[in-house]
Design a protein around this ligand. Sequence first.
Ligand code: GLU
Length: 468
Amino acid sequence: MSQLSFFEQVNRMFDRAASYLDHPKGLIEQIRMVNSVYRMEFPLRRDDGSVETIEAYRAEHSHHKLPTKGGIRYADYVNEDEVMALAALMTYKCAIVDVPFGGAKGGIKVNSRDYSTAELERITRRYTFELAKKNFIGPGIDVPAPDYGSGPREMAWIMDTYNQIAPDPLNAIACVTGKPVGQGGVRGRKEATGRGVYFAVREACTFEDDMAKLGLTPGLPGKTVAVQGLGNVGYHAAKFIEEGGGKLVGLSEIEGSIYNADGLDLESVMAFRKETGSIVGYPGSTHLGDARAVLECACDVLVPAALEGQITRENAARIQAKLIAEGANGPVDADGDDILREKGVLILPDIYANAGGVTVSYFEWLRNLQHVRFGRMSKRSEQATQERIVQAVERATGTPFDADTRRELIHGADEVDLVNSGLEDTMIAAYHEIRDVAKQYNVDLRTAAFIDAINKVAVAYGQMGIWP
Ligand code: GLU
């Protein structure tokens, strides 16, 4: 592992990009630093009556746009440097996909497996209360979301706690995203990050010249893919990639990595793990070793979707994948990045590749503020228009469509269709944008993504009249 901390790693990548730009030094400094960090300790009464102290954080990296946005991580290794790094990545991520938020991230230093549901609820409610007291949460202030170790259940607790004390009850529901669908959440949010990773990979594979440079043919179908981590991001990325024609050959979870050159069936691997508690031993697969072993397997596309600091100077030279899509935040450290760049590996950086989550969080937040489901007013009118077109085609051809085709053709968009189409459009547009920047500056996609983000944040600061 490099001597640099996670935040320093992010800043090394940031500085590399900034060196191509001639923004004032003070502005670059302002963009890079973390605006505020709230560190807290609070007591938790455990189910057995004993009392324990919980350490937690919320870092708001940039207030150039409000609210700030980013998940809350529940893990026993959480520390201040990590939340700062992750908050910074959120700022750049939001800028790249044109989601009008500043970046933030929270962390609660607990391993959720060591606590009962009731204890986790007490921790989450107290954490929310602390945030509210210090003005670190609110629909226009700072809007948390799920991250490693948290999900819709935690978000519902946060919303309920905030609701009790909200100064503006009308919009209180927009204080957090990633909520359960029945409680203000939006369909498609849970799968969003993984689906976004899939769109990113699919789009990158469409460019014939880029693929030729990697020695690959265009198109995702038939490409061999390895995924590290089968949590919410990794599982859904693997699922959509498999549905899109990619061949899953390597998979890994905490207990180890498995490989089968003929392909692994995701659902059946998941079922095997549920039954046995491990993916290792899955019929027909080879056990490659620990959770990191999968990173070095023979494949075209690698999706690290577990944690940061997975590809470093220790293993980067042994990576065989030609294309890496960063589902996790910071899976490749700065040294690892240098080595992979030298090797000519095409990296779809985290600040682009995993932006699908926050993109759909943005849709959820908008829907909460609008107080209306997307498509509620337009669906019937869309269907009526489509019905008229279908009838015109039937009249012109003299042949009626069969009932199934007819239904499919006149189906107006449901909310989930609109969410997914907004996500798809966002991921495609952002890919074209960073690819163009990469060509313009003759740099890799990560540097291009940082350049793009820095320029956009700089414009926002300019609009505030702080810098010319
Ligand atoms: N935690 C996710 C991320 O790292 C999602 C953040 C959000 O939706 O606000 O991007």
